[in-house]
Design a protein around this ligand. Sequence first.
Ligand SMILES: [Zn+2]
Length: 492
Amino acid sequence: MKKIVLPLSLLCVLILIFVFAQKNKQVKETVPPFETFDLNIGESFKTGKGTKITLVSVQEPAGKVWSEISRAEVTVSVDGEEISLVAGMYRLPQTIGSVQVDCPVTGGLRDTSHIDHWALEKDARIRAWPKEGPWIAEESFGYPLKQRWFASHTAFSNEPVAGRPNGKLYYHAGMDFGGCEALTEVVAATDAIVVSAGEKILPGHEPITGSPVKPRYDVLYLLDSRGWYYRYSHFHSFDPGIQAGSKVKIGQRLGLVGKEGGSGGWTHLHFEIKSRQPSGRWGTEDSYAFLWQGYRKLYGPEILAVARPGHMIFEGESVTHDGSRSWSKAGDITKFEWRFSDGTTASGPSPEKTYPSPGSYRETLIVTDSNGISDVNFVRVKVFSKGGVAEDSAPPRVHATYHPTLKIKAGEPVTFKCRAFGTTHGEETWDFGDGSPTVTTKSDGNAEQLNPDGYAVVEHTYEKPGEYFVHVFRKDERGRHAEDRLFVRVDG
Ligand SMILES: [Zn+2]
């Protein structure tokens, strides 16, 4: 009997060691699984596997508000077969022939941008992956917030954010994730070493060395095994122990999201990767695909609604909404339901909608797949007053957040925060979507960006499990509407 028991217990120990080792297996990717190449129109690149990719054409129509490029599109030929790719703007790599390809940026974005984020010196940048295979090594890339996908406002790669007095534009590079000030946890997206925390910097990474690190009191820079520098900005606070030289693991808490530094006053994490680009200079590495993959791996959603990016137009103009990039594990979205802020509805992936009055609106998309599972996303439409592009034609806005966004229990309080922008007139009205009476708050209207009490705070408790649509709105002195919406799922 004893002869059997000993080997059995030994076996158990070995199994435990094996399981533990698997769980703690490090994924140290040093070379990412894609090739990056910058091309002029007519120029070709041959991938390591011999696929010939040619840049055929670039389209960069100028928008009406700031002559902004909100949809730069390229046509590339892959071994003779053509495909159109929109640069940045919530786009995932597309499969064609023996590869997956995307286009992070085009020359027109660089030429009209107030900063050269990308280090692109040709007409467009293309990335190519093998047809089968991940966009970044599995397990090596997570999601930098403990928060639902699209839980709050975002400004992702290449979204036009603001006009600049010199006629240039501020296009966002990297990813802005709206969060709940001092409550949403920021975690490491990768295993990394902290090379800069606040003003402190690890020797060898100072700007003088040619690194892309620009220390600031609210910023962390992390360096991963791929040699990529990650900028995490606008922290409310860093966690104790997070300092220059700290080694962090994927998913490890770094601190709490805030609106410090040059945030513009809205609480968000600015997350941006800088890598060596084909020009030889440090440029922004588009991370939408990595974040999408990382989020799916961590949270396993069955379905994700995508109605972003946002739109900006003048009053009286219309927008073609786009929910076609929503994704379902089941493979097909069978229903697209749009609920507009004026009370009307539409169906189908891409309805057109006219906006007669200036304001900022947050429209609702509900997608349902063939398994009957649904998800919700909101998209912002900024409608400028006619008569110029001056700042006073920009509509007021509201930014709303909540915490927690995951695993909310009925009967437990949820914290909601909101801040108005572009007006100090009036107050916010909250409808929590559960039939309870509305609540009013008065945020400071972003009068002082770094005001610690800039956001209005309100708690709300949902008594029953369910899915709730939260609406918060305010009007400025000219009667222009500003609103935000949140989707809250409450478990039993
Ligand atoms: Zn940002």
